[in-house]
Design a protein around this ligand. Sequence first.
Ligand code: GUN
Ligand code: ZN
Length: 444
Amino acid sequence: QPSTPSAIRGRLLIFLAPPAGAGDSASYRYIADGLVTIRDGRIAAVGEARDLLGALPADTRVDHHPDGLIVPGFIDPHIHFPQTQVIASYGAQLLEWLQKYTFVEEQRFADPHHAAEQARFFFDELLRNGTTTATAFCSVHPASVDAFFAESERRGMAMIAGKVMMDRNAPPALTDTAETGYEDTKALLAKWHRRGRQRYAITPRFAITSTEAQLEATAALAREFPDNHIQTHLSENLAEIETVRSLFPSARGYLDVYDRYGLLGPRTLLGHSIHLTDGERRRMAETGSVAVFCPTSNLFLGSGLFNLDGLIRQTPAGRIALATDVGGGTSFSMLRTAGEAYKVLQLNGRSFSALEAFHQMTAGNAAALGLADEVGTLAPGRYADLVVLDARATPAMANRMQRIDGDLEEELFLLMTLGDDRAVRATYVQGRLAHARDGVAGAA
Ligand code: GUN
Ligand code: ZN
């Protein structure tokens, strides 16, 4: 049998618009027995199985997941490729955690063999969790970027990534210079940006690890390559913010450090964005910069509670993203991430409906990355990057499902509250089966 079916059958959740909140049934269409047909790696048609099956050529493969809920592959807009062996490092907040664990681990990515081996693990793990697109920080070493994109390209996945630029406040083995950071970035960008589905992100790690000279060089890259994303970190931790203040005494605040160098804009992804002033939120909205919420990391590192309402009040829809931040984050699963987002927002006095969460992990994150025409929605023309979910994956989930009588929103909420990689039955990339939990795709 070919590894690529011509169609995938199951229950379909199709978002039509960003949900206003729980119960917004106009924001989506649900098809209890639906079919997604695939041509050349893209979605050809979406609809009722009974309407579409007849038009398929005879004896082509159809992967049937009778109870499976088919949604677009999850998108993780902030993750650290060289931190898969940092995850679950004990007892520190951000700055100590970086020095004690992360900067030690990232040095190992100077070795291309280590980088290649970790890349295989990284992409296997993403797919096991239903994640088909991510925006990733690589290490300072150009070889880590080559290892990352080579593996992504081999799997036909859409990835955005870049070499971190960092020229101070880190071990010598982990620093570049303003010049080499610039030159290496330029060379990697020329090699990988828009090669197939790969995109290069200009990646100054954060204000603390870049000198003014490096930020100047980053500004030059941003001007030369306006098509590229820029990713960094912003206002994650109070001690971090104090350090930025002392390193940049003439800046008006943390965001202003990036702003002065022209680094804000609709392709700029600002990881964490927790402790912001009203003025900073306004400036992010004006520039269209994206605030990336990383709840498992924010709780694990004790960083703080993301203020979604504060941002939504000033930020146009789509300028917010939700991400794992592995290895500060504690799970590769976007389901776990959505479940923790719910808890963080509870502590901030608001809810996070399952519809909002599922929209955010798919179409919302796609819009935040400017990829809405390619991924994140079950619609003709989009890539057939799909995940099949199983809300009865564990005994506790199956037991709870007995009390959820066909209510889709409750099922989604169960998936984000108790679900993880076990709830991912299958993952498809460009219509090709890339992960099957039980070893097979589902009866033809
Ligand atoms: N700020 C600068 N680098 C990092 C990192 O690797 N992880 C997190 N969570 N924050 C950072
Ligand atoms: Zn991060």
